[in-house]
Design a protein around this ligand. Structure first.
Ligand SMILES: *[C@@H]1O[C@H](CO)[C@@H](O)[C@H](O)[C@H]1NC(C)=O
Ligand SMILES: *[C@@H]1O[C@H](CO)[C@@H](O)[C@H](O)[C@H]1NC(C)=O
Ligand SMILES: *[C@@H]1O[C@H](CO)[C@@H](O)[C@H](O)[C@H]1NC(C)=O
Ligand SMILES: *[C@@H]1O[C@H](CO)[C@@H](O)[C@H](O)[C@H]1NC(C)=O
Ligand SMILES: *[C@@H]1O[C@H](CO)[C@@H](O)[C@H](O)[C@H]1NC(C)=O
Ligand SMILES: *[C@@H]1O[C@H](CO)[C@@H](O)[C@H](O)[C@H]1NC(C)=O
Ligand SMILES: *[C@@H]1O[C@H](CO)[C@@H](O)[C@H](O)[C@H]1NC(C)=O
Ligand SMILES: *[C@@H]1O[C@H](CO)[C@@H](O)[C@H](O)[C@H]1NC(C)=O
Ligand SMILES: *[C@@H]1O[C@H](CO)[C@@H](O)[C@H](O)[C@H]1NC(C)=O
Ligand SMILES: *[C@@H]1O[C@H](CO)[C@@H](O)[C@H](O)[C@H]1NC(C)=O
Length: 881
């Protein structure tokens, strides 16, 4: 699940072709957007944006256009329409209409963020977030605040979710089904038959709803008296590709309806893509401009390391939410036994309603990891009668069909190795077979045991469930929580909330309760917290809400290193709604994205000249004393996080960021930690007044620039008001890159094996004797170290003449890729067809002959018209015939 910014929109509105080398001669006004190859799109469907000055009635032109069928007509948060076309009309036709600003294909989204986890003992969840005190001491319940949720729908018949729909006094007062059960964006003619109400057939939206407003006694939501609206935009899950997914056109519609229905807050546990200039980001940012708090999940690609946050969470004004693991969660146990080993490991409760995972006697277990039938997505031929099967989800086929196939082969249980979230919660109603999930470490242990020889498992009904205490890792950043910075070096995530191992409501037919993990779960938590804050302080602006929520959050301390987590992992820290409500200070900006650190001597400040030639930047922070009666005293210090790098010393990519572990030499010219100076710090601010600070942040000079370190930490404003005994800490995270970000390579280092020419299964091919044709295509595979704003792939003949662009060979907004991410790598087909224009509409067939590929990817902040700002790679020569 993921969501987007405005600067980005402007950035991409006019894209100029790089230079004369890439096309003919002149600069081109790029209005037709082409997504990079990994992006799934809805066939023959487009989103058309009008120029800002045009009225929504401009859509009139399209209603009479041959071959064009207008699907949605937006007016409020997006000036444009969505359309389906027949073969006589394409993006060029649409873009040729006067007043069209941009045209995008309609992007498809998976309802990600699931996977499953362990059982969180619910009552504990609200203590560390200040929600318990806000409810119990301040009596807040969100009354009068409206939250619009765009998700998979809700089982409003759940007794803990009101058991009502739009009746008087019901918590559900607005919302709609936009798509119906069978909506599948991949199909040629999607079936769109919305139901009377947004009933949930997937579970995700019901889980999210319980986190916001579960009525108890099992699930106590954050804001139990809020008024809710649910906009269902996902169809029902199923085994067909695309089933259970949604698309930009409906997400925009859902946001627009939530705005029209007067939501104060919009909760988006969805998203995709790391750049902030897509249509749904525009919609989310426009909602923010209208005074609505938009809360969005940063994504579940944390195992891919830095640069994995997604849109629209990175959007301008949108609150991007990361996840921490819940506290005091409970687990079950399973014994693994063979000749060499006998050990208990943690498992989740069974995911299959009515099928507990209980094996009182030793039961044989086999591995289906690398099983050729499973890999090929065909029915399993191996007889699994009486056996428990272990498998890992591969990206090739639907997990639901694999599970069905395992059950059909006679297995009595399934153990799924949890490699990354973004799976779905398998089984539910599909497989009539108990299924549990184990962590990747325990999964590896189990696979190793199986590799040693015949192995059995035992899971006793009498096994105790164990509560993992809060100090054993819980409360820490979830491994799946996506990391910043965003592609513009903006600080993300902004705040954190519990999202790992969350026990919440689930559709009645799926067992009523379930444990899910994901930033999808942390997002509604923050939406509920904002409702409490708005209830307590109705006059705060959207900007003030963000400032207060961020500066009163509690920075997350790593339980092993005892240091504050890097802001690219933990943002400002765990929200604390009680402290936010009680906040009497306003700090602007609430975070510092240190972008343009200059190299040079800090001449302005005499006492800093000893630092010599360092990278540094100066920022201004305004601090307002909002207490109308009391003066405020200020003492500022700072905490440093371990610096992070996405490269190992040998230059290869560290998907788990490399951490600077050396000792700091504080203050010296070889400092390996950043240093913060605040000259002329004002020591007190009278009631109602604002003070201003210049903060000078010096990058760690002692860390080699070529190793690409991101440094960061928190500024601590320790405030004390007259008449108070206590000091209240406020925090402003800061983070930046130690070096020249604009010079970085965007492609993974050559040692990674990428880029390469390969077959459809990504097996490298030897270009020497290769004859490529439409019936014998190959692909070119890229691994992206950094996001790139523009990627160009051209076919070049033996005379170095550029013949044209490969299919999808001119694409904007390419993300960072990683083996465990939703986008593992980028591949583009080479089959002889190329396009002569950057809109990729004029196809030609390359004549037989010798060719190579020329690729160019824009470096960070690069100017598209400057060839020096691109990283290039040329393939070996091959033949087209
Ligand atoms: C999770 O824990 C709660 C509270 O201890 C318990 O009531 C519930 O049955 C557990 N759920 C599962 C699926 O184990
Ligand atoms: C975890 O549970 C213990 C009691 O078993 C409780 O004292 C503690 O406060 C809980 N931790 C959190 C973070 O709620
Ligand atoms: C919700 O509001 C009603 C009416 O104001 C009140 O009686 C009830 O206690 C509130 N519920 C919660 C959970 O605060
Ligand atoms: C599965 O295949 C991969 C790639 O060949 C290999 O690295 C891995 O060890 C195999 N796993 C098992 C459990 O056989
Ligand atoms: C797999 O099994 C299912 C259920 O028995 C059957 O409907 C389907 O045709 C089988 N598929 C193949 C490729 O054999
Ligand atoms: C960083 O600087 C670049 C180039 O000046 C700019 O495009 C980008 O928006 C800046 N990022 C942030 C977060 O300010
Ligand atoms: C909010 O603003 C209104 C109108 O300016 C004012 O009457 C009200 O007292 C304010 N409420 C709070 C809680 O400050
Ligand atoms: C870091 O400092 C500690 C204490 O001064 C010392 O014991 C340790 O050896 C040092 N480590 C390195 C890598 O220099
Ligand atoms: C700083 O590092 C340089 C290069 O490693 C070294 O020559 C110099 O002695 C160091 N200076 C101090 C004060 O540690
Ligand atoms: C080559 O591949 C592209 C992209 O899949 C496709 O549109 C085109 O029709 C193919 N060319 C031929 C001749 O099949």
């Amino acid at each position: 699940m993921r969501p987007f910014s405005f600067g980005g929109v402007l950035l991409a509105t006019f894209i100029y072709i790089a230079n004369a080398e890439f096309t003919s001669s002149h600069k081109l006004h790029k209005r037709i957007h082409v997504y990079p190859p990994y992006v799934q799109v809805k066939p023959r469907s487009y989103i058309v944006q009008f120029e800002d000055y045009l009225p929504p009635t401009h859509a009139g032109h399209f209603y009479s256009m041959p071959g064009v069928d207008v699907q949605h007509h937006y007016s409020n948060i997006f000036n444009g329409i969505s359309v389906r076309t027949d073969r006589s009309a394409d993006s060029t036709h649409l873009a040729s209409v006067n007043g069209v600003k941009r045209v995008w294909p309609v992007r498809v989204y998976t309802a990600a963020g699931y996977s499953t986890g362990l059982n969180a003992t619910y009552p504990y969840i609200h203590k560390p977030t200040g929600v318990e005190r806000a409810i119990e001491e301040l009596g807040l319940d969100g009354k009068g605040i409206h939250i619009g949720i765009v998700d998979t729908g809700v089982d409003y018949n759940h007794p803990e979710l009101g058991n009502c729909w739009k009746t008087k006094g019901c918590m559900w007062q607005y919302g709609a089904d936009l798509v119906g059960d069978k909506y599948n964006p991949y199909t040629e003619n999607p079936i769109i038959v919305p139901k009377q109400t947004p009933m949930d057939c997937a579970g995700h939206g019901t889980h999210v709803s319980g986190i916001i407003a579960g009525q108890g006694p099992t699930v106590y939501g954050v804001a139990r008296n809020v008024t809710l609206g649910m906009y269902r935009v996902f169809g029902c899950p199923g085994t067909d590709p695309g089933a259970g997914q949604t698309s930009d056109d409906f997400i925009i519609k859902g946001i627009e309806m939530a705005v029209a229905d007067k939501s104060d807050i919009i909760s988006l546990s969805l998203g995709g893509g790391s750049w902030s200039d897509g249509p749904s980001s525009i919609a989310a940012s426009n909602a923010v401009k209208q005074g609505i708090v938009v809360v969005a999940a940063v994504g579940n690609d944390g195992t891919g390391g830095l640069h994995t946050v997604s849109a629209p969470a990175v959007g301008n004004g949108v609150l991007g939410v990361g996840s921490v693991d819940s506290w005091n969660y409970t687990v079950s146990m399973m014994m693994i036994v063979n000749e060499h080993t006998s050990q208990s490991v943690f498992i989740t409760p069974s995911n299959t309603v009515g099928y507990p995972f209980i094996f009182e006697t030793d039961t044989p277990v086999v591995s289906l990891v690398n099983n050729s039938d499973v890999e090929a997505c065909v029915n399993i031929t191996q007889d699994l009668t009486g056996i428990v099967a272990v498998f890992e989800i591969t990206s090739n086929c639907s997990p639901l069909s694999t599970i069905a196939s395992i059950a059909q082969a006679g297995a009595v249980g399934i153990i799924l190795i949890y490699t990354k979230p973004g799976l779905t919660y398998p089984t539910l109603e599909t497989g009539k077979i108990p299924l549990v999930v184990i962590s990747s470490d325990n999964g590896q242990f189990l696979l190793d045991a199986i590799a040693q020889g015949p192995t059995t498992i035992k899971a006793l009904k009498s096994n105790p469930t164990i509560t993992i205490p809060a100090d054993k890792g819980s409360g820490q950043i979830s491994t799946f929580s996506s990391m910043g910075p965003d592609p513009n070096l903006g600080l993300s995530p902004h705040v954190m909330a519990p999202g790992g191992y969350i026990y919440s409501t689930f559709p009645l037919k799926f067992g009523s309760y379930f444990v899910l993990s994901g930033t999808s779960m942390a997002t509604p938590y923050v939406s509920g917290a904002v409702a409490l804050l708005k209830q307590a302080r109705p006059n705060l602006t959207v900007k003030e809400i963000g400032e207060i929520l961020l500066t009163t959050a509690h920075p997350i301390i790593n339980s092993k290193t005892k240091k504050v987590e890097h802001p690219y992992k933990g943002g400002s820290g765990l929200i604390n709604v009680y402290d936010a409500i009680k906040s009497r200070a306003k700090i602007d900006p609430p975070m510092l994205s240190l972008n343009s650190t200059t190299r040079g001597v800090i001449t302005t400040y005499q006492d800093l000249s000893a630092l010599g030639n360092v990278r540094w930047t100066a920022r201004t922070i305004k601090l307002t004393n909002m207490d109308v009666n009391n003066n405020m005293r200020i003492d500022i210090d700072y905490s440093i996080s371990d610096s992070l790098s996405m490269y190992y010393k040998n230059g290869s990519i560290a998907y788990t960021p490399r951490v600077w572990t050396g000792n700091a030499t504080t203050g010296g010219i070889n400092n390996t930690e950043p240093v913060v100076y605040i000259p002329d710090a004002v020591k007190s601010i009278p009631s109602g007044k604002t003070g201003q600070y210049t903060v000078i942040l010096v990058a760690p000079k002692g860390l080699a620039e070529c190793e690409g370190w991101y440094f960061g930490g928190q500024l601590n404003f320790n405030l004390k008001w007259d008449g108070d005994l206590n000091i209240t800490p406020y925090h402003v995270p800061f983070a930046g890159f130690n070096g020249d970000y604009t010079k970085l390579d965007v492609l993974a280092p050559l040692g990674s094996g990428f880029p390469f020419l390969g077959d459809e299964n990504a097996k490298p091919v030897d270009p020497k004797n290769l004859v490529v044709s439409a019936s014998n295509p190959i692909s070119v595979y890229f691994s992206m170290a950094l996001p790139s704003h523009l990627g160009i792939l051209q076919l070049v003949d033996a005379n170095n003449k550029k013949i044209g662009y490969l299919p999808q060979g001119y694409a904007t907004d390419i993300p960072h890729t990683c083996p465990t991410c939703s986008v593992p790598n980028i591949s583009v087909i080479v089959n002889g067809t190329v396009f002569t224009d950057t809109d990729l509409t004029n196809a030609i067939e390359a004549p037989a002959g010798k060719y190579y590929l020329h690729s160019a990817f824009l470096r960070p902040f690069g100017n598209t018209s400057n060839s020096d700002d691109y990283q290039t790679w040329d393939s070996p020569e091959f033949t087209i015939g």
